[in-house]
Design a protein around this ligand. Structure first.
Ligand SMILES: [Zn+2]
Length: 468
């Protein structure tokens, strides 16, 4: 009798222990992720998102903003749409955490896309077609795809009942492709309250890259600063049969020729020196371990800057892009104009650069007007967010090296950097060089598997940033 009782007690005790264990486990791992279902939902969402025409100009992001807002609201995540101008849109959604003092992380993407010429595409560029395991369409890799990764990662965390110890704020802007006047610029100027508790921004620009088969994480901490100028040559109009030695057209062409020949001095920022050092170790290119020293050798420097992607990293660049003059073959026009796209290294002074250009041209009949000038800043490469990215690499990608980088082009990041937020460009998907190049080309598409891996990594990153 005594034996039976103690046996019953044992069973009861064991059952209690089991229940307790299950309860503890449920707290630590509230609910598992159904990655197949999340991927299917993300695929549908991205396909529908691509179908909404947000080609900029004119942008018209409002319907896309409303769709994303509904998606958040359905899952009980508060979301709001802003309309900076009729038809334009920005959407924001906040996943509340339980931390009171930890700074909010912003996941930043944009809804507008660059124009696409259907004649160059194998499928209509806004079809959102899913075929052979890939989602096709403008925005799949750039803008909309990253936005879907951010959104689905937040939904996955919410559905799994994981409580992060900080808030995550989703922001999808409009007008990024044309500089952000009706997007990030408007938001950071008029809705500062929305992100007043934020400390970090994770946006586009970097990601998982490979060099000679070696995987690394490229995290953009800054970008080149755009300085867009218009050169206008003026003079007298006249018949072209007896032309004077100099006309507005010849002046402009001469000026442009001087600018094409002009090579701004090489300048190796510490960040760039470190960037090449990291890549050199991966590529086994000992020479690049110390770029400054390597470039002191004139022959090597010549060979190095012959690659445009290297050249852009070590100097300011000048690219003539628009030419305007004349209306009839036998008439000398009174004005001729060119627009040039200059990209300055972070920290360079725009006025000093314009002065240098004026000296190169040395023609006071050519006026120089500034069309756009955006000063850039460098985010610190040590931060809580960088530590989280390092931890992500450890957990998901076998400790792939994390390399701070500089983007040659610019995006919405600078608006947030200027407001003191640590802002990085890092979309956690792996792209080949060819795919990166195709971001704004014809036949842009993302593999469903890549999308899935991106969401999985983003969930992991949010958990790390959220104290898990
Ligand atoms: Zn972009």
């Amino acid at each position: 009798m005594v034996e039976v009782l103690s046996w019953k007690r044992c069973v009861l005790l064991a059952a209690l222990v089991c229940l307790l264990l299950i309860a503890v486990q449920a707290r630590a791992e509230p609910k598992s992720f159904d990655w197949d279902a999340i991927t299917a939902e993300a695929t549908d969402l991205l396909s529908n998102y691509i179908k909404i025409d947000t080609t900029n100009p004119p942008g018209n992001e409002l319907p896309a903003a409303k769709m994303l807002k509904e998606k958040f609201l359905t899952d009980g995540i508060p979301a709001a749409v802003f309309e900076p101008a009729p038809g334009r849109g920005i959407v924001a959604a906040r996943l509340r955490g339980i931390g009171k003092h930890r700074k909010t992380l912003i996941l930043l993407s944009h809804m507008d896309v660059a124009p696409a010429d259907p004649r160059e595409w194998k499928v209509p560029p806004l079809s959102g077609e899913v075929k052979n395991g890939e989602i096709w369409g403008r925005g799949a890799l750039h803008g909309k795809g990253p936005g879907v990764i951010d959104l689905m990662a937040m939904l996955a965390i919410k559905r799994a009942r994981i409580l992060l110890d900080r808030d995550v704020l989703f922001i999808a802007t409009g007008d990024e492709e044309l500089g952000g006047k009706y997007g990030a610029q408007w938001l950071t100027t008029h809705q500062a309250n929305l992100y007043r508790d934020a400390g970090y921004v994770l946006g586009e620009g970097g990601g998982l890259r490979t060099i000679q088969g070696h995987l690394f994480y490229s995290v953009a901490v800054t970008e080149k600063s755009p300085l867009w100028l218009r050169l206008t040559a003026t003079g007298s109009a006249g018949y072209a049969a007896v032309p004077p030695a100099q006309t507005p057209v010849t002046r402009l062409v001469t000026a442009l020729q001087k600018l094409i020949e002009y090579q701004p001095p090489l300048k190796i920022l510490p960040l760039v020196q470190d960037y090449y050092h990291s890549l050199a170790a991966l590529e086994n290119q000992p020479r690049l371990l110390d770029l400054r020293q390597a470039l002191a050798d004139a022959d090597f420097a010549k060979q190095f800057v012959a690659a445009p992607e290297n050249n852009a990293m070590v100097r300011d660049t000048i690219a003539p892009t628009i030419l305007n003059a004349g209306y009839q073959t036998n008439v000398i026009p009174a004005t001729a104009a060119a627009e040039i796209d200059c990209r300055l290294l972070p920290g360079e002074n725009a006025d000093a650069f314009i002065k240098a250009i004026r000296e190169q041209i040395s023609d006071d009949k050519i006026a120089i007007d500034t069309l756009l000038s955006v000063p850039t800043m460098i985010s610190p490469d040590h931060s809580e967010l960088m530590s989280a990215i390092l931890a992500l690499s450890r957990r998901k990608d076998k400790d792939a090296p994390v390399v701070a980088s500089m983007l040659p082009d610019f995006n919405d990041s600078h608006y947030f950097r200027q407001r003191g937020l640590v802002t990085y460009g890092f979309v956690p998907i792996q792209l080949t060089g060819q795919q990166q190049a195709a971001e704004r080309d014809a036949n842009e598409r993302i593999a469903v598997k890549t999308l899935r891996n991106g969401i999985e990594r983003m969930v992991e990153l949010l958990r790390i940033m959220g104290g898990q």
